[in-house]
Design a protein around this ligand. Structure first.
Ligand SMILES: [Zn+2]
Length: 231
């Protein structure tokens, strides 16, 4: 009966271990989910930065064009050659700037196009990835509640099993369990303790066979039993 009790406890122990892993795995999924969002947000910000820079370049281009128009108007009113040359020089400078702005706008448009495609791809992947996370999380949560149900059943089973055994024996077993969680009761193996392999004296083995009291291994404290076919 102690072995049956131990079997239930081993299953409970196993369930606790499974349960212990699940929140960690859910946490990992949450982190993955968050990571995807962060990457997506960074890509969005990059695209927005390119668009903002382009708008700035367009404003600067417009300003340079306005400036040239203004100089062209003033050109008609200049009195000296020197003034005329200076004005022409200014106009030339602004024309160069216009060319630079136009180049920059083209490059920014291309970069934004690429960034937009990347974002679209990432967006698709992110949706799929996050969907995967959601499904996996739901499965884990379902498993967690299934484990809880299983634990409740085993605990009930354990209670009923423990009631069949002498209270003293259960107490000894529970005490030994605190040191040896999953193998508090062991069979003798070739005259030795099945837990720590300490050789057990013959008169002690004879006493174990009688089963009149609980006998524990002097070395490791486990409860000793003889194999059914040998006992
Ligand atoms: Zn032992």
């Amino acid at each position: 009966m102690l072995f049956q009790l131990q079997e239930i406890d081993q299953r409970l122990h196993e369930l606790e271990r499974l349960k212990f892993d699940i929140p960690e795995r859910i946490g990992a999924l949450d982190r993955k989910d968050e990571e995807i969002s962060t990457r997506l947000k960074a890509a969005q910000e990059q695209l927005e930065a390119l668009q903002k820079e382009r708008r700035q370049q367009e404003r600067d281009l417009q300003a340079a064009q306005d400036q040239i128009k203004k100089y062209m108007g003033q050109l008609l009113q200049v009195k000296t050659n020197k003034e005329y040359d200076a004005m022409q020089h200014e106009i030339a400078v602004y024309k160069i700037r216009i060319g630079e702005h136009e180049d920059a706008i083209l490059k920014l448009m291309e970069a934004a196009e690429t960034a937009s495609q990347t974002l679209e791809e990432m967006s698709r992947e992110a949706t799929a990835g996050q969907e995967e996370c959601r499904t996996a999380r739901t499965q884990l949560q379902e498993r967690l509640s299934a484990i809880d149900d299983d634990v409740a059943v085993r605990l009930d089973e354990r209670k009923r099993m423990a009631m069949k055994i002498e209270i003293r024996v259960v107490q000894t077993y529970d005490r030994v369990c605190r040191g040896h969680q999953t193998d508090a009761v062991v069979y003798l193996k070739k005259g030795a303790c099945g837990g720590c392999y300490r050789v057990i004296p013959l008169q002690v083995i004879a006493e174990i066979r009688k089963m009149t009291r609980v006998i524990t291994c002097e070395a490791c404290g486990r409860i000793l039993a003889t194999e059914p076919e040998l006992g």
